[in-house]
Design a protein around this ligand. Sequence first.
Ligand code: GLN
Length: 534
Amino acid sequence: MPKYIFCTGGVVSSVGKGVTAAAIGRLLKARGIRVAIQKLDPYLNVDPGTMSPYQHGEVFVTADGAETDLDLGHYERFIDESLNRTCNVTSGQVYSYVIEKERRGDFLGGTIQVVPHITNEIKRRIALVAHETQAEVVLVEVGGTVGDIESQPFLEAIRQMRMSVPREDTLFIHITYLPYIMATGELKTKPTQHSVRELRSIGIQPHVIIARTDYPVTPDITNKISLFCDVDQEAVIPLITHDLLYEIPLILENAGLGKYIVQRLKLNPAEPELSQWKSIIANMRAANEVIRVAVVGKYVELHDAYMSVKEALFHAATVFGKRIEIVWVNSGDLEKAIGNDKIENVDGLVVPGGFGYRGVEGKILAARYARENRVPYLGLCLGMQTMCIEFARNVLNLSGANSSEFNEGTPHPVIDLMLEQRSITEMGGTMRLGLYECQLSEGSIAHQAYQTDQVQERHRHRFEFNNRYRSRFAENGMRFSGMNIKNNLIEIAEIIDHPFMLGSQFHPEFTSRPTSPHPLFVQFIDACIKHKLP
Ligand code: GLN
């Protein structure tokens, strides 16, 4: 029987509930407990795949091809487990599933209601995680904050979960925020008390309170929270805003949270083994020499849109004892010749994934700059496509070459819609998604990076390299070093006469973890370091 930890949020959102849940996952994993983490998202979209990055940040893709909340990226990076589509549930999924059943006649005669039909479906989906992942402990993070209208069915479902499993097998953690009043120099606990009262009003008494704050917390504050919220003193854990997210598991461990959880859930754990994690943190802290990498995208004012890319660069730099400094470059600016100096003063360029024409010409300019000036370039999905378009235009002299995504009438669609995509009209969940195989050619940079012949990587795209142009590219200096043999699709392209100019049709950033940085990112950073040397 799996045990459950439910994480709810109070007071305000954006206090790092996802990272906190991920960090708790690491504490359990460190004790040899098999753990999975699930996010319940209250919005009515079926998944974030169709949402703007401005609304939602990055769309994280799981191995089985689900388009999910970016918190799943934190979960995977912290617990070092591949999660699956059961690990992100939205109200949109729950409602559309229940309504579909109703249309089929499955409830014939019945009135369909939020309680019990929607809540039962939520409970079914929570139980599915343990079934699919074989986890001993499932951490369930409820998105939003207590009191939101949207999250009510989820909160009611987790309240009921206490009765679906033995009561002592559930633990409720409430993550709140302590505001600081500048005028009096005090931290205030009242909003926390109110949000616990709100939680209690729906029948949930938290066992643990994690109080996020920007200022040091004195024992009188934690005592007060303990007293008013009826939570054990040792279970009120202050968590001060921290510069290094990966250190949070260690902070929570030092505060005794790991021990408290295993006692409370009557788990039978091994001694916590955090030495590898500690040494990674020590390496991250010790790194002082800076490697500067430009990330050229159109949502650069919103770093959340490139969360996994940012983290993957960070992991890879740590391997070399370096600290990554990302220079965010707006591709739209490059089109207007603004900010060119930004790409001229870095050790390497990354062009990440993206959709739609806005800013694409700027990414193509960045690719041209990298190729002509022999600056390391890593293209991720769209970044691979822009690298190929640039090569077609400026090396092969195919004037007007483009992707048919950006110009349907291009004379040279070097990037074109995949055959199986031509008949698709629905937008949601219809791309080429999730893991596909990639065969690597010996002697290539990609092969050197991975040190193996075959890999599997996560995808999220509709367009592909157009095989009609393959020989022309190959004859003029581009090597297709990664292929999906089954579907005859190009997965990796690299420029032969260049220190490192490589693009992948897949997203390597989704599988980079602090414990195992992604080989392509590692190889890229290696090239950046060499480029930097005089
Ligand atoms: N828009 C491109 C495609 O659909 C690239 C997608 C991406 O970068 N994820 O193929």
